[in-house]
Design a binder for this molecule. Structure first.
Ligand code: DX5
Ligand code: ZN
Length: 214
């Protein structure tokens, strides 16, 4: 069974002190730093770009998990590799040539993940899952923090776990100490949390998400 990993989303961090926030997350026991990149096209919101990722790279040894919510992500893979990404996640819905983007990411020697929006069925993974390190299940519609967990995500997690017993399954959106439990039972092992972690004591909140490991 894959170990549980907690990936705080810095979308909910204080952007004026981003470097310090990343240091605080590492001290609080986070495993990954989840970085949400939004282009105002694939999702309605705009967040940050590769130069910001680069500027915080020196602050932390945590795994940088870069979630690209951008149209045609193939245009920017090299930029995010150079900025220090350890895992790059692209959306199935954002590119016409998913297989090619996956190979491009792998060619740089970084890990690769693919994300599914809430309405996207698991079947799209059939011919690519063997190439992936991770599948990211969006449990809210991407674009904003602080939304409510969509419960059909649990069925989706179960279906992905049936396709592969080894792959990392990450869940993103509406994760709290309540919603995380059913996600673990369904077979997920990496949990993104933004508003939940940043609205309390980082260390306690991270610990409260590690149900199975307690
Ligand atoms: C939403 C982002 C999430 C977001 C999660 O599009 O992908 O990573 O920060 O925020 P919460 O945990 O508040 O739902
Ligand atoms: Zn995200």
């Amino acid at each position: 069974m894959n170990s549980i990993k907690i990936a705080p989303s810095i979308l909910s961090a204080d952007f004026s002190r981003l470097g310090e926030e990343v240091v605080a997350l590492e001290r609080a026991g986070a495993d990954y730093v989840h970085i949400d990149i939004m282009d105002g096209m694939f999702v309605p919101n705009i967040s940050l770009g590769a130069p910001v990722v680069k500027s915080i790279r020196g602050k932390s040894n945590l795994i940088f998990d870069v979630h690209l919510m951008i149209e045609n992500p193939e245009r920017y893979i090299e930029d995010f590799v150079k900025a220090g990404a350890d895992i790059i996640v692209v959306h199935v819905e954002a590119t016409k040539h998913l297989h090619r983007v996956i190979q491009l990411i792998k060619s740089y020697g970084v890990k690769v993940g693919v994300s599914l929006n809430p309405a996207t069925p698991v079947e799209v993974l059939k011919y690519i899952i063997d190439d992936l390190d991770m599948v990211l299940v969006m449990s809210v519609n991407p674009g904003f923090g602080g939304q409510t967990f969509i419960s059909s995500s649990l069925k989706k997690i179960r279906e992905i776990r049936l396709l592969s017993s080894e792959i990392d399954i990450e869940v993103d959106g509406g994760i709290t100490d309540e919603t995380v439990k059913a996600c673990i039972e369904a077979g997920a092992n990496i949990f993104v949390a933004g508003s939940y972690i940043f609205s309390g004591d980082y260390c306690e909140r991270i610990k409260s998400l590690r149900w199975r490991d307690e």
